[in-house]
Design a protein around this ligand. Structure first.
Ligand code: AMP
Length: 271
């Protein structure tokens, strides 16, 4: 279905960014065809106005037509869920997974410490992700408040339906999981990326994840204490084999469409 639609019509990136008290509140985005833009904009506005950290005071919607020849097509990572007793255990599990993915222990620990104290200046959450050297733990993002934002990605309609069905079988079908999976798929497809670590800035959402090409997407039931508003992402880069300009161009500008989903394993399945 999508192939014919892609040939028939223009595809647009639609992005929402909402702020409150001068700070970033939330953002979300889709890739849609012209006739779907209006409904997509309405859904993004609704979402900004119902955010758990408060109601948006400013809201921006950007729409850009995409060059179809530039679209990169990919697959979502497999999904596994690790249940842990508390966020301390969760961070120990995240450390072990990141090391398996090739991140040095000190680099993983430094990234977790930054996320825990708020990785942006002033000890608040960044709007995007840190870029962290997987050996040195050095931070490379050009702007420590904005960070690097992965953008222009979505799921093809057939993949969205398949993902909804696969996630619901395990009670996991919620917007956080769906959107984070698409984001992780794009990040893992980016040149020079070794792994990703994430926990949310939503105070009620304590689950986070580690994703890496060989591990897939591993949800960890607790990665921060409930009520904590500081969250963030670290994109770990292979310092000896990355080209910063190429990586940033891919993450920010190249449209990425996930056309296939991975396997969704039942929570508790061994890694
Ligand atoms: P969320 O999972 O939406 O609660 O986001 C958690 C954190 O991830 C945010 O506080 C940001 O630091 C970061 N983040 C959110 N969206 C993106 C994105 N598109 N690209 C990079 N980092 C992001």
């Amino acid at each position: 279905m999508l192939a014919s639609v892609l040939m028939d019509g223009d595809l647009y990136s639609i992005r929402m960014h909402a702020g409150r008290h001068g700070d970033h509140l939330c953002g979300a985005e889709r890739l849609v065809h012209g006739p779907e833009l209006e409904a997509a904009a309405a859904a993004l506005v609704r979402r900004a106005l119902a955010h758990p950290r408060g109601q948006a005071e400013s809201l921006r919607i950007s729409i850009d037509r995409l060059d179809l020849s530039q679209i990169v097509r990919g697959r979502l990572p497999d999904v596994r869920t690790l249940a842990v007793a508390d966020f301390h255990a969760g961070r120990i599990a995240a450390l072990a997974l990141l090391q398996r993915a090739g991140v040095a222990a000190a680099a993983a620990q430094a990234a977790m410490a930054s996320l825990a104290r708020g990785a942006a200046p002033g000890g608040v959450s960044m709007r995007g992700a840190m870029l962290v050297g997987c050996v040195s733990g050095r931070r490379f993002e050009p702007d420590r408040a904005r960070g690097v934002r992965a953008s222009r990605m979505d799921l093809a309609p057939a993949a969205a339906a398949a993902l909804g069905a696969a996630l619901s079988r395990h009670g996991l079908d919620n917007p956080q999981v769906r959107e984070a999976l698409v984001l992780a798929a794009k990040v893992l497809a980016a040149p020079g990326i070794v792994a990703e670590l994430c926990w949310s800035d939503d105070p009620d959402y304590t689950t986070g994840y580690v994703a890496a090409p060989d591990l897939g997407y591993v949800r960890i039931s607790e990665l921060k204490p409930r009520g904590e508003e500081r969250g963030g992402r670290a994109f770990f880069v292979a310092e000896d084999a990355w080209d910063p300009q190429r990586l940033l161009a891919f993450l920010q500008d190249v449209p990425f469409l996930a056309e296939d989903i991975g396997t969704v394993f039942p929570p508790g399945e061994n890694l």
